[in-house]
Design a protein around this ligand. Structure first.
Ligand SMILES: Cc1ncc(COP(=O)(O)O)c(C=O)c1O
Length: 446
């Protein structure tokens, strides 16, 4: 058992972690070996992590929001293990198994009614790759509109689609063409002022209409839009309601497909089962991954309307390990947990705790430019000063380290310091962990 209170002794990394990290640095590609927390994990349980030196951390990162219901849950792992023994690892495209239909049915039952078809995927990146292929095939159009500050994966295609940070696709961007971008619709960093009178009601969609569709690409050549309904790695950005009204109108006018990337937002993270439900969106496509496997197995999916995914069969999709029987079992078992354990009610309670404890920080510290809370999705955006709003990534790194030395794991690989607690975390435990974050902030900004 891991203790439920964080405790870190001495500096990080501890001696055993230092040894392993040094060996790792010699062997791994530096882009992997030089990132990550300065410690090596020994075990995880619930929302706690213990490292190989015995230090104990509260996990507010949840493995980039891919462990929704607590780490290594025995009920989910047992469901997966049963199928591993029964089937081993099998290519679900070639040898169908009994869990495919129930999982597809369950997914279609809980997602927007516009979605009627499912394709199977190994993870979020693959789901988005598949969606891009299908959007182009379904419409016969090559271009896809996406948003700066979004994240859709690390493959060459999805990194170019995402345009999150320069370094993600340095040297690679021009190798994948066919994407155009608008700034992600969020008031804190929008380069646009308020929507102009006589426009669509949303400044981002005005920009798409007035500029991109006039100067860049003919609307009839665009297959559709891929967007995270709440941008996750970009810093928990929730678009204004008017944006969705104007975007849906735009899609309808030009017959574009609207594809929601719910790889990070899906399965309760934002307080609704899917972020689409925050606005009642009826997308043509939806990509899923991360939390879908309950934090014990990898799995992803693409869902689509008949138009998007029903009328052709000549696009090969997926890969060998997609929808392993064990992954399907874990996904089905985690959907049972959502149904039986009031998970979304707990997310609302956690939302209230985060809002109460973190929102006042904007008033207290000029370098806290913005705090955003959406369910179990939280971002603290640091800036050099509130007027210029210049990003402060070094300050963010120092804050993340100050959190870690207090025993709190935050996600700093993102555009803001993101906190993504387990959806089943005890609200009192979140309160204690956030008190440590506030303490870390006081030290970092003083
Ligand atoms: C919104 C979004 N889409 C796609 C992906 C890619 O998913 P994966 O890394 O699980 O393949 C991610 C990963 O963080 C994501 O956040």
């Amino acid at each position: 058992m891991i203790p439920t209170t964080p405790s870190v002794s001495g500096t990080l990394p501890g001696p055993r972690s230092s040894e392993l990290l040094a060996a790792q640095r010699e062997l791994l590609y530096p882009g992997t070996g030089d990132h990550g927390y300065p410690m090596v994990a020994a075990r995880k349980s619930g929302w706690m992590v213990q490292d190989v030196d015995g230090n104990v951390f509260v996990d507010l990162a949840s493995a980039s929001a891919s462990v929704p219901l607590g780490a290594g849950r025995e009920d989910l792992a047992a469901a997966a293990a049963e199928m591993l023994v029964r089937y081993g690892n099998e290519d679900s495209h070639a040898l169908f198994h009994e869990l495919i239909v129930p999982l597809a049915q369950r997914l279609l039952a809980i997602t927007p009614d516009s979605l009627t078809r499912v394709d199977i995927a190994l993870n979020g990146t693959e789901a988005v790759e598949i969606a891009l292929k299908l959007m182009r095939r379904a419409t016969g159009r090559q271009h896809v509109l996406a948003f700066y500050g979004s994240y859709h994966g690390e493959s060459t295609m999805t990194a170019t689609l995402g345009a999150e940070q320069n370094e993600i696709s340095a040297g690679l961007r021009t190798l994948s063409t066919g994407f155009l971008h608008a700034p992600y619709p969020h008031p804190y960093r929008s380069p646009f002022g308020p929507p102009r009178s006589g426009g669509t009601g949303d400044a981002t969609v005005d920009f798409i209409r007035d500029q991109l569709l006039f100067h860049a690409v003919h609307p009839g050549e665009i297959a559709g839009v891929v967007i995270e309904p709440v941008a996750g790695s970009g810093g928990v950005l929730r678009p204004p309601d008017a944006f969705w009204r104007a975007l849906v109108e735009l899609c309808q006018e030009y017959d574009w497909l609207l594809c929601l990337d719910e790889v990070k937002t899906g399965f309760g993270r934002t307080g609704e089962m899917f972020a689409a439900d925050l606005w009642g969106l009826q997308p043509d496509m939806m990509c899923l991954g991360k939390a879908m496997g309950g934090g014990v197995m990898p799995i992803g999916a693409v869902l689509g309307s008949e138009r998007a995914m029903g009328g052709y069969d000549d696009v090969p999709t997926g890969s060998t390990w997609a929808w392993l029987p064990a992954s399907c079992a874990a996904a089905l078992a985690s959907l049972d947990v959502f149904e039986k354990e009031g998970v979304l009610d707990n997310v609302k309670a956690l939302h209230a705790v985060s809002s109460e404890m973190l929102m006042p920080l904007k008033e207290r510290f000029p370098q806290v430019g913005d705090v955003r809370v959406q369910g179990c999705f939280v971002a603290i955006e640091l800036v050099t000063d509130p007027v210029s709003r210049a990003r402060a990534p070094k300050l963010q790194e120092r804050l993340a380290l100050a959190c870690l030395t207090r025993g709190v794991m935050a996600d700093s690989s993102t555009a803001s310091l993101n906190l993504q607690p387990s959806l089943v975390m005890d609200p009192a435990a979140l309160r204690s962990a956030l008190a440590l974050v506030v303490d870390a902030l006081e030290e970092t900004l003083s």
